[in-house]
Design a protein around this ligand. Structure first.
Ligand SMILES: *Cc1c(COP(=O)(O)O)cnc(C)c1O
Length: 222
């Protein structure tokens, strides 16, 4: 049973890495999205050699990763879900990369948490490229002001941009917009592309793709 799981996961991972390598040089970093996955699947992914993981909730990420960190010093954890300001310190302590900075207040609390903990996770700004009211992320028009606040007022360094295109729309124009915005602001990293469109994202210049179901299989319902 466990052997089968390990074999399946390692095959899926190898296939996706090969697709990414064929799509772009250098290929984007594959972030394995481990939210809602059982321990056996996470351990199988680690056994396959995967070290970069994404989680969308701080508490679940702590449950998945706090006890595993010691055994995997080269682990790299990305926060890819919305962050409440009151969880900033927990997030700064746990994550190596926070991809969902999207408002000035959060820049301030993250800066304070970094000052307090001495840890400096890398930061991406999430852009709501589809301008969906229910979705997190700064609007494309608001990006310049947020960048200015984060860098000038909060003293943060921003590495790149992240987006989640609207469901049911072609993703290409959103990937192109994110790449254009990053370029306009001199940012070199782009987190875009999920299970359905990671190859497309790689072609549009993604440096990081976030893949859950295509790697792990279907998620359990939370
Ligand atoms: C869950 C999630 C993913 C992975 O989604 P899949 O379609 O399972 O690959 C990627 N990005 C974010 C922000 C997510 O919340």
């Amino acid at each position: 049973m466990t052997d089968t799981l390990e074999l399946e996961i390692s095959k899926r991972r190898a296939a996706i890495l090969a697709e990414l390598a064929a799509a772009a040089t250098p290929p984007p970093v594959l972030i394995a999205v481990s939210k809602t996955q059982p321990d056996a699947a996470i351990d199988a992914m680690l056994a396959a050699g995967q070290r970069v993981f994404g989680e969308n909730r701080v508490q679940e990420a702590a449950a998945h990763w706090q006890h595993r960190r010691g055994a995997y010093p080269d682990l790299e954890l990305h926060l890819i879900g919305p962050l409440q300001t009151n969880k900033s310190e927990d997030a700064v302590r746990l994550f190596d990369v926070i991809q969902t900075l999207d408002r000035p207040k959060l820049a301030d609390t993250l800066a304070a948490a970094m000052e307090k903990t001495g840890r400096r996770p890398r930061l991406f700004i999430q852009v709501n490229t589809g301008e969906e009211p229910q979705k997190a992320g700064v609007t494309p028009a608001g990006l310049a002001a947020l960048l200015d606040h984060a860098c000038t007022k909060a003293g943060l360094e921003i590495d790149g941009l992240m987006c989640i295109p609207p469901v049911g729309e072609p993703a290409g124009p959103h990937f192109a917009l994110l790449a254009k915005l990053a370029n306009a602001h001199g940012l070199t990293r782009l987190s875009m592309g999920m299970s359905g469109d990671y190859v497309l994202a790689a072609r549009y210049g993604a440096t990081h793709v976030r893949v859950g179901t295509a790697l792990f299989g279907e998620r359990a319902k939370p």
